[in-house]
Design a protein around this ligand. Sequence first.
Ligand SMILES: NC(=O)c1ccc[n+]([C@@H]2O[C@H](COP(=O)([O-])OP(=O)(O)OC[C@H]3O[C@@H](n4cnc5c(N)ncnc54)[C@H](O)[C@@H]3O)[C@@H](O)[C@H]2O)c1
Length: 264
Amino acid sequence: MTDRLDGIHALITGAASGIGTACARRMARDGAQLLLADLNGAGAKALADELGQASVQADVTRAGDIERMLDLAYQRWGRLDVLFNNAGIAEIRPLLELSEDEWDRMLAVNLRAVFFVLQAAAKRMRAQAPIAGSELRGKLIQTASIAAYRGGLAYMPHYAASKAGVVSVTRTAAQVLAADRITSNCICPGAVDTPMWKKIDAQWSKIEGWQTGEAWKRRTSFIPLGRPETADDVAGVVSFLASRDSDYMTGQAVNVDGGLVMGN
Ligand SMILES: NC(=O)c1ccc[n+]([C@@H]2O[C@H](COP(=O)([O-])OP(=O)(O)OC[C@H]3O[C@@H](n4cnc5c(N)ncnc54)[C@H](O)[C@@H]3O)[C@@H](O)[C@H]2O)c1
């Protein structure tokens, strides 16, 4: 626990589960004020109540929900220092079987929504005073994935494409928004033990005719640092990116993967 996020007001999407939840807990411990957003409003509210923070039910694919979420942040704090643009979905589908609807749904949540949440937050951030103790007006943090870089996940062509898109949007936003003193970075986790990976494991193991748990076991056996990744492994890095200590970083895609991207 640190006080490095004292005075920081942050919105976290996808906060009701996995990486979003671990980051909410960590950022709260580090002193941030949080608005926890999720499609699962009850889950976000339960976590917010536990942490003494605020929550909102929101579907990030809907323009009205994006505005409502940001309205709440600005009504509450009059500003937003950090956006953790993290909500996402995963689905196992072999490349030759992937349908247009499945492609569209994946890209709608993991790329289109990430872009429009970023855009809506940036429009408001550029009009606000700098963050206390910083030269920046705001910080945008996206959750991409090492799937952006390599095919390792042969059964997730649409997911990998969406995450490559998130890296691209992160970099373009960094270039365009630097003049407004807004930074944009993303994290690229590896194989993290969350409900998302439980679903990936179940679907992937079924396709291969393996027992449940086998896809996870095989995937994590390649990790150079020798153990599966936890959501807490990601949370410390996100807290750093949300803090003033990372103010001179922008346009970066930071792998937090135990070396998995190099591992197989
Ligand atoms: N688990 C991993 O191994 C891993 C690896 C790399 C990247 N990621 C990325 O990390 C992020 C979080 O993943 P996780 O593992 O914590 O998954 P998770 O499924 O545990 O949590 C995702 C959360 O996002 C929410 N969500 C989904 N669609 C939404 C929508 N339309 N609007 C609002 N909220 C929505 C869900 O309700 C859920 O609470 C995702 O972007 C994922 O792609 C995960």
